[in-house]
Design a protein around this ligand. Structure first.
Ligand SMILES: [Zn+2]
Length: 137
């Protein structure tokens, strides 16, 4: 079984194991972070949910009143994907988990639409990307 995964997944995909590890790390970090944010927002229950779906709150105004801590804000910045932050967090979490699943199955980095490899540059920005750049358009 591991042989098959190797043969039809990672090998076909031709993705360097070092890259794979790097993306896996990124994805896991992102998933932990989003879960943290979602949990906090659920507990807080002050802002309307739709607000959470579209953007992060203004970190500058949430010092201690149960908002997102500065440390968390730093982590968000560290994860640093400004574009992705505009996405729905729950959707993003789902995508991240499915990307992690793909890593396990050796199918990571392959476009869901055309079956070609997604460029490393794109994955570096959006590690949970499901499609290549040309299919995204
Ligand atoms: Zn494609």
């Amino acid at each position: 079984m591991p042989f098959l995964l190797f043969r039809f997944g990672i090998l076909k995909n031709n993705m360097d194991k070092g890259f794979l590890k790097k993306f896996e790390k990124k994805l896991k970090k992102g998933s932990v972070l989003i879960e943290k944010i979602l949990k906090k927002s659920a507990k807080k229950d002050v802002k309307p949910k739709s607000d959470w779906d579209t953007r992060f709150p203004d970190f500058g105004k949430t010092e201690s009143g149960g908002g997102i801590s500065e440390k968390l804000a730093d982590e968000v910045e560290e994860y640093g994907n400004l574009l992705a932050i505009e996405f729905n967090l729950e959707t993003r979490l789902k995508d991240i988990n499915s990307a992690l699943d793909k890593i396990k199955k050796g199918k990571y980095g392959i476009c869901e639409k055309c079956g070609k490899e997604i460029s490393l540059k794109r994955l570096d920005i959006i590690p949970e990307a499901k499609t290549c750049l040309s299919c995204k358009k």
